[in-house]
Design a protein around this ligand. Sequence first.
Ligand code: HEC
Ligand code: HEC
Length: 305
Amino acid sequence: MGVAASGLALLLAILMAMPTARGADAAALERGRYIYDAAGCQGCHGGPGGSAAGAAKAKLPSGGLGLDTPFGTFRAPNITPDPHYGIGSWSEAQFKAALRQGIGHDGEYLFPVFPFTAFSKLDDRDVADLYAYLMSLPAVALANKPHEAKPPFGWRPLLVFWRALFFAGVPLAKDPARGEDWNRGNYLVHAVAHCEECHTPRNFLGALIPSRAFSGNIDGPDKQNAPNITSDVKTGIGAWSLADIEQLLKTGMTPDMDIVGSGMKAVVQGTAKLSDADRHAIAVYIKSLAPIQVEAPPPKTAAAK
Ligand code: HEC
Ligand code: HEC
């Protein structure tokens, strides 16, 4: 065999490897988009609508939407790959530090209104896929808007205390005694879809109260009233079947033929895109929650619909 023949063999090998490499990338982007939808990134990081250009951009996470909380209004930043205004210059390691540890590009602490406390439980592949997906989006050159937090909640250095008290950053442990579905549901509920961010009440420093997990929060973001979703029959969803929960996550319809509104509407836009198996896993996990009876189930706010 001459040099030319081995060169040809090498060229053939490269050509044959190429479609596989591209195939793997496409799969990573597809998985990244799946996690992006399930995690509701767009719900917070969406951009302004209004003008025609703005409406087109609204599908991209160019930031600016305000999230009303008892601690002030927070505006999610631009996370499109614009090198100046977005995260285009971020390495995957920097992105991972933001999601997993709540540490920004310049080493600053990020406000926990960004649910990094949940995303800290995301596994390596999901974070890598999210990064690949975000970097594949068109860049939008739109400057971030400042938060309007109430003092002292807008002062980043104070977050060091908050983190010491409330942020452990431990990954989720698999429970081998429970089935595959329960473990997958546990991961989707806690690491990805962060259901507790709205359905668990918070203490006066804005941290979730673990003993009241999933028992509802009348003071949810954007003044939402997120109901008790533990298995308490009277004040929670103990009377719902697995199929009822799956139906809600797919269509937004409750067993009373009510369509959920406010923040849950955006959540359903994400869970509607999940596979049936993943919706089933979430339902299995939610059904397993121990009942917590809440004192006075707050009436649903019709205005929020
Ligand atoms: C509940 C609303 C909310 C959701 C959901 C959310 N974010 Fe954010 N995110 C924020 C806010 C608010 C900030 C700004 C935090 C700060 O200024 O400290 C932020 C900050 C970030 C940052 C740091 C950007 C920077 O310029 O410092 C990244 C990266 C990020 N989010 C990515 C994501 C991804 C990826 C998802 C989905 C997996 C997601 N976010 C879901 C609200 C949210
Ligand atoms: C952004 C805040 C938010 C997040 C995140 C969220 N929810 Fe909700 N959820 C709500 C609100 C608000 C309602 C009440 C909607 C209404 O009454 O129209 C609700 C309603 C529900 C209901 C109906 C309960 C009833 O009694 O009618 C279920 C079940 C539910 N959510 C499950 C979940 C699950 C499972 C997740 C995670 C996959 C989740 N939610 C994530 C805010 C949220």
